[in-house]
Design a protein around this ligand. Sequence first.
Ligand code: AMP
Ligand code: ZN
Length: 115
Amino acid sequence: MPNECIFCRIAEGALPAQRVYQDEQAVAFPDLNPQAPTHILIVPRRHLASLAGATAADAGLLGHLVWVAAQVARAQGLDQTGYRVAVNTGREGGQAIEHLHLHLLGGRAMSGRLG
Ligand code: AMP
Ligand code: ZN
């Protein structure tokens, strides 16, 4: 685990974040620079740099993260209106932080465009 990794540090509690969900595998907290009225990041506690490096052994964790996104969306009251879950991956995917994270966006109508 790179100790300069900001999401590892948030996950281990070394950096503060307002956790809206946590369990043994994942932590969720609001994005610092929200792109929608609700913008929450879901991150695994284990350092995984990006979706591009995922292996078959990570499939359970990846499924869990998507489930957590749905749980958080429900807790935020977004399940009726809808929401978007996005995983930016790599340079052309717009990934700035190299610790896998899911963006949960809601509270406004999302554009039909994805990129
Ligand atoms: P990405 O471009 O997919 O790598 O997204 C990284 C996201 O992390 C951006 O939306 C940032 O606003 C967000 N971010 C960066 N630092 C923090 C932080 N300390 N706490 C919460 N969100 C952060
Ligand atoms: Zn990390």
